[in-house]
Design a binder for this molecule. Structure first.
Ligand SMILES: Cc1cc2nc3c(=O)[nH]c(=O)nc-3n(C[C@H](O)[C@H](O)[C@H](O)COP(=O)(O)OP(=O)(O)OC[C@H]3O[C@@H](n4cnc5c(N)ncnc54)[C@H](O)[C@@H]3O)c2cc1C
Length: 430
């Protein structure tokens, strides 16, 4: 295709996860021109590898793609419930937070109503020309745009100690499709299985193993206890626009310090899921006369080696503990040590133009635009990449529409959406 024949958009989004879906749902209100999203997934999906039946959201259903800035938008979660006929069933199920699977169904419903989403398209390269940006996929140009919105999300972290280990060491994302084969192996259900990582994904892996019938599950976490989310009203004050505005008045170093301290308000366990684990563990204890899952807090796994010949052998984990060192042996090690930012497919020229702070993070302005050299009116917006400069909500769903509204107002150069958050009982200081 000649460059002149390329489809041309006002904005292209890399990734069609909740961040860019929210932007694409709200952008038409600004009347700026067509938008297109490109995602490598074959269709609408949200962390498909980590979707087990029964897992719940960590945030309220009100935190949908649009409601916080436009409650009359056709893509509200409430409209989804009403038009798909599931409102009363969901209300009467009296969930504290909705099933993750229901959120996926909502996203799928919404994505089908947003024009211009191209699935099965892995964007390999973003190039900057004097006329704007060009995207490449499958080795050829696929689109041009004035502005780009990066919404590539995160991927599972793989600690360096996994390198060279047999496939009996696996990341949590692979547990779902591996578990049937794991339990079918000779003596597997009574063999020790370790889960490394004391966060919500680790907890869900432990539960999955228990429900599959494993009877010796060892859960290792780095902190001194398996910490639940602080969902108190005052902790939730960090998840409002007013706190984001407060942070923007501070130096980058101070913002980072505060955001690190705020981690347990989001990066921790859902109390309900922890209770399910305790109760499942107790139920199985009544059969076995011992707990099938044992918690090992305060263990920092620093190395794992394979002892024996892969499947039949054991993995030997060495941990640092408050008292020194400790060793654990397991047939399988399931690794759930967190997530890291997915790579942004800038070409070399564009990557060199990007400005970074002293911690190596991209410099993102208060309106979520990237600071880069030679922008000439064309802007790159970056979503879910500014946690330490913009606050804890940047990494999750709680303020998606507010962030999208901020981006749209910046693109339009006017207040398309008015985000008002004046009624706040807290006076922060740093
Ligand atoms: C299991 C799990 C549960 C979570 N639950 C909650 C919760 O309950 N509440 C909450 O607030 N937060 C939650 N989070 C955190 C956060 O909300 C999610 O990670 C959220 O999905 C972030 O949205 P996103 O659009 O930025 O990224 P993602 O949802 O990760 O979407 C990124 C998309 O970009 C695509 N992509 C990446 N690179 C390319 C490329 N080069 N070309 C084309 N496509 C590309 C990917 O295929 C993906 O579809 C959860 C996270 C996880 C992992």
């Amino acid at each position: 295709m000649q460059p002149t024949e390329l489809p041309t958009y006002h904005t292209v989004g890399i990734g069609a996860g909740p961040a860019n879906l929210s932007l694409a749902a709200l952008l038409p209100a600004a009347g700026l021109g067509p938008v297109a999203l490109f995602d490598r997934q074959p269709g609408p999906a949200w962390h498909p590898a980590l979707l087990s039946p029964g897992v719940r959201m960590q945030t309220s259903w009100m935190k949908d793609l649009v409601s916080l800035v436009d409650p009359q938008h056709p893509l509200t979660f409430m409209n989804y419930l009403v038009t798909t006929g599931r409102l009363f069933a969901l209300l009467n199920a009296q969930f504290d937070t909705i099933p993750r699977l229901e959120y996926v169904r909502y996203l799928t419903w919404a994505a089908r109503r947003i024009e211009g989403i191209h699935y099965g398209t892995d964007v390999e390269r973003i190039t900057y020309t004097d006329d704007g940006f060009e995207l490449f996929a499958g080795g050829r140009p696929i689109a041009r745009a004035q502005h780009v919105s990066i919404g590539v999300g995160t991927r599972a972290s793989r600690p360096a100690w996994m390198d060279g280990l047999p496939d009996t060491a696996l990341i949590a994302d692979d547990l779902g499709w591996r578990i049937d084969a794991m339990k079918a192996a000779e003596g597997a259900l009574d063999a020790p299985v370790a889960v490394v990582g004391g966060g919500q994904t680790g907890l869900e892996c432990v539960l999955k193993l228990l429900h599959a019938g494993f009877t010796d599950v060892r859960w290792l976490g780095r902190r001194q206890w398996f910490q639940t989310i602080d969902d108190s009203p005052v902790a939730n004050e960090f998840y409002r626009p007013a706190h984001g505005q407060f942070l923007q008045q501070l130096s980058r170093g101070t913002r980072r310090r505060l955001v690190v301290e705020q981690g347990p308000t989001g990066d921790a366990l859902t109390p309900g899921a922890l209770r399910v684990l305790y109760q499942s563990n107790y139920d199985r204890m009544l059969d076995l006369d011992r707990f099938p899952a044992v918690l090992y807090p305060g263990r920092d796994v620093v190395s794992v080696t394979a002892d024996g010949d892969g499947d039949g052998g054991e993995l030997v984990m060495r941990c640092e503990t408050p008292g020194g060192r400790e060793e654990h042996r397991a047939r399988y090690v399931v690794v759930a040590v967190g997530r890291e930012a997915s790579p942004v497919p800038f070409d070399d020229d564009l990557a060199e133009r990007v400005e970074y702070d002293d911690d190596g993070d991209m410099l993102i302005e208060p309106d979520y635009s990237l600071r880069w050299k030679g922008m000439n009116g064309h802007r790159i917006f970056v979503l879910n990449r500014a946690r330490y400069s913009h606050g804890v909500p940047d990494a999750n769903l709680t303020l998606l529409p507010v962030r999208a509204a901020t981006v749209i107002n910046a693109m339009a150069g006017r207040q398309v959406f008015n985000v008002i958050d004046d009624l706040c009982p807290v006076r922060w200081i740093a």
